[in-house]
Design a protein around this ligand. Structure first.
Ligand code: UT7
Length: 326
């Protein structure tokens, strides 16, 4: 059985930048609080007429170009998003049409911040089994559309963007292992309450701002550190890998303090091993680790033969970790 490799990566970030200084004028916050508590300096905000699929298609085209493939070569499309253009058709179907791909399977997955790692892992199964040759996995989010811009405890955290990868069979390296998990009993810690069948949209839900993200940040923080460390262990131990064997960690970018605590638990130097871009983009849910992987490749931080750990945690709760030999 061949392994699955990442043949190309891509990204798209909206032009509009929202800085901490801008937020100081919107809510009762300071650049100092945001920087020291989260590591975020700025984030990108999509244009009003720019939906998740518009960002997804740009990231997808850039990944296809980097893989040297065209839309006609793709056999499967998976989009990880919690901010789809609409309930249905899925963002993956909208993307398939916009790309001009063949009538291949296309579906969304709703896994919040762990969506890219779930998407890569699902694609890996289809490729390893031989059912499909090339898969396109896109993580795209317009979190600004579900942010309460008067809630300082959440609005300073999130940003918009998209990252993508094209996967296919490889002779060397590739995805060596994955570990996924979920704990629905803690779903209330991070949620968007209204708009679904439990609480359909009404004037009351809009007035009560129930179409925006609600988060118990402090409790989540503690879970994040433990769960990301456990996920890293669950994927590295069966492969006999230790912290020193990992060349670079590409994590979900929710909070720089979570990542420093993760590095401590793993016994690695955060400055040396952990790839960070949270300062520029904030938390883009599933798109965070996708854009981080793309930028680490673009910046030459990832070289052929490197062992990469991807590690994410998010609403659901969900988590996932992957080991890729580049
Ligand atoms: O994407 C994956 C899932 N998400 C996460 O994993 C996020 C995990 N959580 C976090 O990153 C952090 O909990 C936050 C960054 C969200 C918050 O940091 P914290 O250190 O946990 O702060 P806190 O919620 O305990 O709040 C501390 C204080 C509070 O004031 P009092 O009650 O101590 O007077 C807040 O009201 O900071 C206050 N505060 C702010 N102050 C200035 C909360 N937000 C802000 C703000 N500016 N933007």
């Amino acid at each position: 059985m061949k392994r699955t490799g990442i043949l190309g990566v891509g990204k798209y970030l909206p032009e509009n930048i929202l800085t901490n200084a801008d937020l100081e004028r919107m809510v009762d916050t300071t650049d100092e609080w945001i920087t020291t508590r989260t590591g975020i300096k700025q984030r990108r905000i999509a244009a009003d007429n720019e939906a998740t699929s518009d960002m997804a298609v740009k990231a997808a085209k850039s990944a296809l170009k980097s893989a040297g493939l065209g839309p006609e070569d793709i056999d499967l499309i998976i989009v990880a998003t919690i901010t789809p253009d609409m309930f249905f058709p899925s963002t993956a179907c909208l993307l398939q049409h916009k790309l001009g791909a063949r009538q291949i399977p296309a579906f969304d997955i709703s896994v919040a911040c762990s969506g890219y790692i779930y998407g890569l892992t699902i694609a890996d199964q289809f490729i390893k089994s031989g059912m499909y040759k090339h898969a396109l996995v896109v993580a795209a989010e317009k979190l600004s559309s579900v942010t309460d811009w008067e809630d300082r405890s959440t609005c300073v955290l999130f940003g918009d963007g998209a990252g993508a990868a094209v996967l296919g069979p490889v002779d060397e390296g590739g995805i060596l292992g994955a570990s996924l998990g979920a704990d629905g009993s803690k779903g209330d810690l991070l949620r968007l309450p209204a708009g679904g069948s439990r609480m359909p949209a009404s004037i009351k839900t809009v007035e009560n701002k129930l179409h925006t993200i609600k988060m118990e940040g402090n409790v989540l923080f503690k879970h994040a550190v433990k769960i990301m460390a456990d996920a890293a262990r669950a994927v590295t131990e069966p492969l006999g890998l230790k912290g020193d064997d990992i060349d670079i960690i590409i994590p979900h970018q929710a909070n720089i303090r979570i990542l420093n605590a993760l590095a401590k638990r793993m016994g690695v130097d955060p400055g040396e091993k952990i790839y960070l871009n949270i300062e520029k983009y904030g938390n883009m849910s599933a798109a965070s680790s996708a854009v981080a992987l793309t930028e680490a490749v673009e910046e030459g931080r990832i070289k052929k033969g490197d062992t990469i750990l991807m590690d994410a945690f998010g609403g659901g709760l969900t988590w996932g970790a992957l080991i890729i030999k580049w």
